[in-house]
Design a protein around this ligand. Structure first.
Ligand SMILES: [Fe+2]
Ligand SMILES: [Fe+2]
Length: 139
């Protein structure tokens, strides 16, 4: 499984949040590389738990940004994050019990898990957050 590249179309118009999304993609790639290299399961689980931890930090910061710019769909987004956290926790549990997880399947699931959210939900806050970023720069 090769490294998946970041594309401009994933941008939410905020450098800091884009960097966080890129870091999550990087962690997913790291997991794929580690699996292909035959890394032992405890080390893979560590990458997955780091991914879950970092995702929670990112979600919290994203919500804070939305609060600051008065994003109208904040509650909906919060619910979406809670669902994503649950899905990742379930994935973590399943990963432990699958006898031979395939890197292509694992990475496809995780990228889909992430990109669907970025492209459908995160993108919606772009006009609001973009505005506050510009306002801050102008101030
Ligand atoms: Fe989000
Ligand atoms: Fe996000």
């Amino acid at each position: 499984m090769g490294v998946v590249a970041w594309e401009e179309r994933y941008s939410v118009g905020n450098e800091r949040l884009d960097q966080q999304h890129q870091k999550i993609v990087g962690m997913i790639n790291l997991l794929g590389e580690a699996m292909d290299a035959g890394t032992e399961r405890p080390a893979l689980m560590k990458i997955l738990s780091d991914l879950a931890g970092y995702t929670k930090t990112h979600f919290a910061e994203e919500i804070l940004m939305m609060e600051q710019c008065g994003y109208p769909k904040l509650d909906e987004h919060r619910t979406q994050h809670a669902l994503l956290n649950r899905q990742l926790a379930e994935f973590y549990r399943n990963f432990y019990t699958i006898s031979r997880p395939q890197s292509t399947e694992v990475i496809a699931f995780l990228l889909n898990w992430l990109y669907e959210h970025i492209l459908q939900q995160d993108k919606q806050y772009a006009p609001y957050i973009g505005k506050t970023t510009k306002d801050r720069q102008a101030a």
